[in-house]
Structures are given as structure tokens and as C-alpha cells.
Design a protein around this ligand. Structure first.
Ligand code: WA2
Length: 283
């Protein structure tokens, strides 16, 4: 192959990949900012008023009507921090018990169907994070203790100690056949200074605002808007553990020669992501 043509091909692949990586990263960043703003909304209207000035009906309507502000997310929800000594009072007030998250390796043939009504009560813990407010699209997580899921728990602990938005590794979301990630912001009961210590932050934590990202279907929707699917193959990886990258989007990679890699910044410095692009066909 002519050297000039080969160079052109390489540049074409690079510019297509750059554009897609930038779009994905920008949309992720936009939705992250809106999830952050929702955490402040809950802080103001749920914790800032006695009694709370926001209930499920209002939260459900507001989050549904503003979902266009959070591209790539499949839903948002708010989990309240409940200590064990408050559990009984909390459950009585809400009229339901705090449920344990059913994990993948549990027997699905029991046909629990993820209906919270059929889930087991959470076993005794120091504290819980039951979901009390949700966008209609994720109403199946209401009453589930988010600290009883490994990935969600990790996010909660990291979010509240840091005051930053944090992301999970990719995992199979509840009631979804796809791998996704969860973004979490802690909600505090006081205005903390920028330089507040992790201990001060943990102490001031009252709840957790989270969003789930159904990566395969939402990235598909995003890339579909660009007419190029015949030309290039796109993969998105979590490369936090470089020796065990996790495929979040796209088919198993086939070596068709040229490969272009863009790093993606999803706003959590503890997680690394990459986009890989290849031409579908060899020249
Ligand atoms: N949201 C939706 N589907 C899920 C999920 C989740 N977490 N975890 C597993 N499947 C309320 O960080 C607090 C949302 C967790 C927030």
C-alpha cells in the first residue's frame, strides 16, 4: 500500500476516534454535573426543611422531566443514611423494611424477580443506605440497602470521605442485562469547607445521591447519531487495572491492523477508561 494512503487512513481513524471519545466524555461530564446539582437539591429540600419539602412524587416528577440533562444515565435515586439504632423508627415511618441487595451469584431461579417485596430484610449492620427517592426508571431499588452491594458500598464509602463524585467499576446493574457503572455524590448536613477532613465529611454525611449508567445501550445510542458504524468498530474499556481491562462497550476486539486509542476522563481520578477504535475492514 502506498505510504501516503496509509498515513491518510491513520489520520482518518484518529480523527473519528477523537471525535467519539470527546462526545462521550462531554456527555458524561454534563450528566455528572447535573447529578451533583441533584445532590444539592436533596440537601436543600429534604434535609434543609423540617418536615422535608420533597417527597417521592415530587422527586419522581422532577427527575423524569429533567432527564434530558443527564445523558447516558438510566436513572437517579437517593439513599438515606440510617444508623442501626434508628432502623426500627425509620422502618415504621416508611411502612417497609430495609432490604438486602440480591447479588448475581444468588439463585435467580427462586423467581424473586427483583421485586423489593420479595427481597430479604437486610441483616443487622452498623448503618444502612436504603433508597427512599427514585426516578421512575429505577423504582425497583427503593427500600434496598445500597451498602449491601459490594460496588455500591465501595462508592458510598469513597464518596462521603472525599466529597467528590465517584464511579464504580463496571458491574451488572439490578434488573438490567447490561454492564453499567454507578456515580455517587454524598449529601452532607452542613456546609463543609473545601479542605474538610475525611473524618469531618463522614460525620456530616446524611445520604447518597446516585445515578446508574447503562453503558452499552447508552453509548450505542450516542454513536448511532454519527453515521460511521459501517466504517469503524468502537470499544470502551475500564483500564483501572491495566492488566485486566474490562470491556464496557463493543464486541471482542479483532485485529484488523490499525488501532487508535483515546484515554477518556470520566471525572473520577481513581478510575481509568479508554476508547479503542479500528477500521472494520483491512484496506
Ligand atoms: N442504581 C441503579 N441500579 C443499580 C444500582 C444503583 N445504585 N446498583 C445496582 N444496580 C442511590 O450511590 C447511591 C444507585 C446507588 C445510589
Amino acid at each position: 500500500l502506498n505510504e501516503g494512503i496509509q498515513l491518510r487512513r491513520k489520520e482518518t481513524l484518529a480523527s473519528m476516534c477523537d471525535e467519539r471519545a470527546r462526545m462521550l466524555q462531554d456527555q458524561f461530564n454534563v450528566s455528572m454535573n447535573h447529578v451533583h446539582a441533584l445532590a444539592i437539591l436533596v440537601s436543600t429540600f429534604y434535609h434543609g426543611k423540617q418536615p422535608p419539602a420533597i417527597d417521592q412524587k415530587t422527586f419522581g416528577e422532577y427527575t423524569e422531566r429533567t432527564s434530558f440533562e443527564r445523558p447516558l444515565t438510566s436513572g437517579v435515586a437517593y439513599a438515606l443514611r440510617v444508623r442501626h439504632f434508628e432502623r426500627e423508627k425509620f422502618e415504621k415511618e416508611h411502612g417497609w423494611t430495609i432490604k438486602k441487595m440480591e447479588t448475581e451469584d444468588q439463585d435467580q431461579t427462586l423467581a424473586q424477580d427483583c421485586d423489593p417485596e420479595n427481597l430479604d430484610p437486610s441483616p443487622v449492620q452498623d448503618e444502612y443506605a436504603p433508597v427512599i427517592l427514585s426516578q421512575e426508571t429505577v423504582s425497583h431499588i427503593v427500600s434496598i440497602d445500597m451498602m449491601s452491594g459490594k460496588e455500591d458500598r465501595g462508592n458510598i464509602l469513597r464518596a462521603r470521605a472525599s466529597g467528590k463524585g465517584v464511579l464504580t467499576s463496571p458491574f451488572k446493574l439490578l434488573k438490567s442485562n447490561h454492564v453499567g457503572v454507578v456515580l455517587t455524590f454524598a449529601v452532607y448536613n452542613t456546609h463543609l469547607l473545601q479542605d474538610a477532613t475525611p473524618e469531618q465529611r463522614i460525620k456530616a454525611t446524611v445520604g447518597y445521591l446516585g445515578a446508574s449508567y447503562d453503558v452499552p445501550s447508552l453509548v450505542e445510542k450516542l454513536l448511532h447519531q454519527l453515521a460511521s458504524k459501517q466504517t469503524i468498530v468502537v470499544n470502551v474499556y475500564d483500564t483501572t487495572n491495566i492488566s485486566a481491562a474490562i470491556n464496557m462497550y463493543g464486541p471482542d476486539e479483532i485485529d484488523t491492523g490499525l488501532l487508535h486509542i483515546n484515554s477518556l476522563d470520566f471525572g473520577d481520578p481513581a478510575r481509568k477508561h479508554e476508547m479503542h477504535c479500528r477500521f472494520k475492514q483491512r484496506p
